[in-house]
Design a protein around this ligand. Structure first.
Ligand code: C5P
Length: 309
């Protein structure tokens, strides 16, 4: 996150915050809850690829109001009205603060495809909470976690944006230290997927939890371990969006250590032993499918850089 101070010592006038893509290396659905949600156990990492949020106070916008603009490759596809999760996050935070004289302008640089299983909207919401809190002089992001949970199941983990295990609805988070950087290929075939529809299509709601993590945590050992884990949403997502099978096959044929779908799809990922391999696979798949979104990236080994000015 970067912040531009208006005057030395003052609150910043513009704050930029990365909103990293979230990849579920494994996602186990362990039960259905009375509140309609599902209990999950997921191992997630966050990537250098992602969206970016910029927030600034704007005297032309009335106090308490938020003006949102979307830019970037997928900006034109993103509705920016009251239903946008960024607006909801900013409003939820402003409601906890004393009334301010002017409103906010927020820009979403939308680089990730929409409804794609990478938590893009949740990452944007978390980055908005961080950026607006910084803009308003709140220095302790810890107090944002309760608020994050009310905005969406994945928003608390996106506040961390580092390797972690999340349980419950997604809000019970255990950060993982000493996690390696993975070279990752992300491929999305361009079909948006409805998360509630995928959960509805899941036949078996009660599945085994994650196995205990291996003691050795390098990329190879973790990839071996991950091969014995699952994404329980993969089959229901394929039943709704069959092209996901083709994406998985193409990544699998490119020499990936592990191939899997992220979240409720349709983005699938491959893990590689080095970044060059991920880039070579990206070139090949992009050539065969020019209309797919294909991105080689690295996972972030720590998330602290996004909560510093
Ligand atoms: O919390 P959020 O609004 O992001 O969740 C979107 C949808 O995903 C929910 O309405 C629900 O259908 C499904 N979901 C679930 N169990 C979870 C998280 C999400 O069933 N733990």
């Amino acid at each position: 996150m970067t912040a531009t101070p208006r005057h030395p010592g003052n609150h910043p006038s513009v704050v930029h915050c990365d909103a990293p893509a979230k990849i579920n290396l494994a996602l186990h659905v362990t039960g259905q809850r009375d509140d309609g949600y599902h209990d999950l156990e997921t191992l997630a990492v966050f990537c250098e690829a992602g969206d970016r949020i910029s927030a600034e106070e704007n005297p032309a916008v009335p106090g308490g109001e938020i003006d949102v603009t979307a830019t970037g490759r997928f900006g034109a596809d993103l509705p920016v009205g009251a239903d946008n999760i960024v607006v909801k996050a900013a409003q939820a935070l402003l409601a906890t603060l004393p009334e301010r004289a002017c409103g906010l302008s927020i820009t979403i640089e939308k680089n990730l495809p929409l409804a794609s299983g990478m938590g893009g909207g949740s990452a944007d919401a978390a980055a908005t909470l961080l950026a607006v809190s910084h803009l308003c002089g709140i220095r302790d992001p810890g107090q944002l976690t309760d608020l994050a949970e009310t905005i969406g199941s994945d928003v608390p983990m996106c506040l961390y944006s580092r390797a972690l295990i999340a349980r419950g609805r997604g809000e019970a988070i255990t950060p993982l230290d000493d996690f390696p950087k993975f070279s990752i290929l992300l491929v999305n075939p361009g079909t948006g997927v409805s998360t509630p529809r995928v959960f509805n299509a899941l036949q078996q709601k009660s599945n085994p939890p994650l196995a205990t993590l291996p003691a050795t945590r390098d990329c190879e050992a973790l990839s071996d371990w991950l091969a014995g884990q699952r994404n329980d949403l993969e089959l229901p997502a394929i039943s709704l969006v069959p092209i996901i099978s083709e994406v998985l096959d193409d990544i699998g044929n490119s020499g990936a250590l592990l191939t899997r779908m992220s979240g409720s799809g349709a983005t699938c990922f491959g893990l590689y032993s080095d970044f060059q391999q991920a880039e070579t696979a990206a070139l090949q798949i992009r050539q065969n499918h020019p209309d797919w979104w294909v991105q080689a990236t690295l996972s972030k080994s720590h998330g602290l850089d996004r909560i510093e000015p």
